[in-house]
Design a binder for this molecule. Sequence first.
Ligand SMILES: *Cc1c(COP(=O)(O)O)cnc(C)c1O
Length: 363
Amino acid sequence: MISIAKPLVDETEANLVLEVLRSGVLASGSYVERFEKEFATYVGVGTAAAASNGTTALHAALEAVGVGAEDEVITTPFTFIATANSILYCNARPVFVDIDSLTYNLCPSKVRMVLKKRPNIKAIMLVHLYGLPCDMDEYMAIGKEYGVKIIEDCAQAHGAKYKGKVVGSFGDSAAFSFYPTKNMTTAEGGMVVSKYEDVIAKAKVLINHGQKQRYYHEVLGYNYRMTNIHAAIGLAQLAKLENFNARRRAIAGRYNEAFAGLNFARTPYIPEDCEHVYHQYTLLLERDRDGFVNYLSQNQIGYGIHYPIPLNQQPVYKERGYGNEVCPNAEETAKRVISIPVHPGLTDAEVDYVIEKITRYQS
Ligand SMILES: *Cc1c(COP(=O)(O)O)cnc(C)c1O
């Protein structure tokens, strides 16, 4: 079986984790501080705040820019649920706007139409889905024009670039996830980044029980801290990220070439200014996804459906009055996408095998 995702760890991670265990400083500590510094440098911002996972990082990223009770936050329904849930955790309300049918990212022109009608929008939560950056020039202009905050969900886009600049460095704040399936991992872990130092200072306070000074609690905070153990894994992984991404891009390049002429599937669309990092390599099928799924399973090729149901149609959101939004692109795309293995652990022989099987498929 060729798996859809596989974390790559070796002696480097093991040795750093051992160092932490032997140091006796298991929770917060110098490895976390180093990881924050190195990650901020990688993204091209001044500072960063490590968190326990991507979801808590998103929550802190929102609260740190001032999203709170009753605020409305525009986001995409075609993403992992944590994106929208983090808005609910702020007691704010997600406003779901449709995606672009080519990029699968939140559609800027549709966002503009909503902003014209709804003056209470506080922020826009973007997702660089599958590792493809959103149209950041357009969103930065929208942010200025309407006075709304821009938050980037970079959980799938470590190192992805828009016009040569790494994502996470554009918005008012951004959050990354280091779950084992992502482009780099810390087991569980997350990071808040921002070009604004005061935003990171606020995020750090939120992540650590609302305290700057021990036992003096200024605001309602949380225990969202990253541990030294996880940061040690992160330091080793960050050093490998460029290689991991290069391998993902090389495999995707081979798929793009091999699958360009297929009549039953469309390869990923990449706008000119974007450097995709292929957290997922996702095909859009013309018909019969179930048939294709069966074929992959029979041939021992792992796959993923990211995502089968738009968030506004999920029970947890229907229960909260959602479900009647007009998001035809998200609905159509959810029925037709399928992701195939693209992780850096794949061997050339496995990539050849996947290409051979898929190009021979008769739909
Ligand atoms: C993985 C992911 C998250 C959440 O990250 P966790 O570390 O699993 O909490 C949020 N948003 C998106 C788009 C993701 O893919």
